[in-house]
Design a protein around this ligand. Structure first.
Ligand SMILES: [Zn+2]
Length: 298
């Protein structure tokens, strides 16, 4: 860095240009790697055959250290959180969510090839869908559907209220009435809810009989039994019960309340769902499973 202090009107554009040069450089590297490895796939979100851009740097070393991930697990986590479609930007976990959704809800002509095509079908237009916390890629493909209800967790907002056009919902107490939806979508959310059992009960409550909750969650292959990392005290403060971990930074981001282990499907069944794991089972080389929970009809 220069030791000569630059006036702010000059420094700001220089820093911006420097950052942009780095961003473009990294992107060029991602493309070069994907071309060299021939990582071209049909995207289940946008339907284009595109290069999938792997970005190892998406997982911070501090998160790997705190979580105790092996090198293989860290790479698998980076694949889950990247392998971005160079067309629409959907990362691997979003593309797998889309794929599971397309399997479960065929359109009139059969299984749609991609989510954007599916969203144009009458079947999709009739489906009542809740997206609890925005899922990049899926959100853009589904947002124009007539019965699509997106929401985010907005601290200190009233449940069901809108802040700058975004509805606030908290899985601890959803504002929706019973049996309101055919499909609930979440992605990397359940680990951040203070009371996992209550969140699963809330999702089950707002689903119509026969409805599905399709989601991803960080299940650790080296953790046999799910355990709480933290809990919420009655005064709203967080009590640490194990090594505190936050996503995405390790030390920064949203606190993880529940460390999900390989017994997670049993927990889903105990919560009253018929549970199934796609792209599984979880392993050191693949952490991007999709969980499908169906609310029984009887
Ligand atoms: Zn795509």
């Amino acid at each position: 860095m220069s030791k000569i202090p630059l006036p702010r009107p000059i420094k700001a554009p220089l820093v911006a240009a420097w950052n942009e040069a780095h961003r473009v450089g990294r992107l060029a590297g991602d493309y070069a790697w994907a071309i060299a490895k021939n990582r071209r796939e049909l995207c289940s979100v946008c339907g284009e055959k595109r290069l999938m851009l792997y970005r190892r740097r998406v997982i911070p070393p501090r998160l790997v250290e705190l979580w105790g991930l092996s090198a293989r697990q860290a790479e698998a986590l980076a694949r889950k959180e990247s392998c971005d479609c160079s067309g629409c930007g959907a990362k691997l976990r979003a593309r797998r969510l889309a794929s599971a959704l397309l399997d479960l809800y065929p359109a009139a002509g059969g299984r749609a090839q991609d989510l954007r095509a599916w969203a144009r079908s009458d079947e999709a237009g009739r489906l009542r869908i809740a997206e609890i916390n925005r899922i990049d890629g899926l959100h853009e493909a589904l947002r124009d559907l007539a019965h699509f209800h997106p929401s985010d967790f907005i601290p200190d907002a009233h449940r069901g209220s809108y802040v700058r056009g975004v509805r606030h919902e908290d899985l601890d107490a959803l504002s929706y009435e019973d049996e309101r939806f055919d499909l609930v979508l979440t992605s990397e959310t359940l680990e951040h809810v203070p009371d996992l059992g209550r969140a699963l009960a809330e999702i089950r409550r707002v689903l119509a009989p026969g409805g599905y909750h399709i989601f991803t969650a960080p299940v650790s292959p080296h953790v046999p039994a799910t355990f709480p990392r933290a809990r919420l005290r009655s005064d709203g403060s967080v009590e640490e019960l194990a090594t505190p971990i936050r996503h995405p930074g390790g030390d920064v981001g949203y606190p993880v309340f529940t460390e999900l282990g390989t017994d997670f499907p049993d927990i889903l069944r105990d919560a009253g769902f018929e549970a199934e794991v796609r792209f599984g089972p979880v392993s050191d080389d693949d952490l991007a499973q999709v969980y499908i929970c169906r609310k029984p009809t009887d």
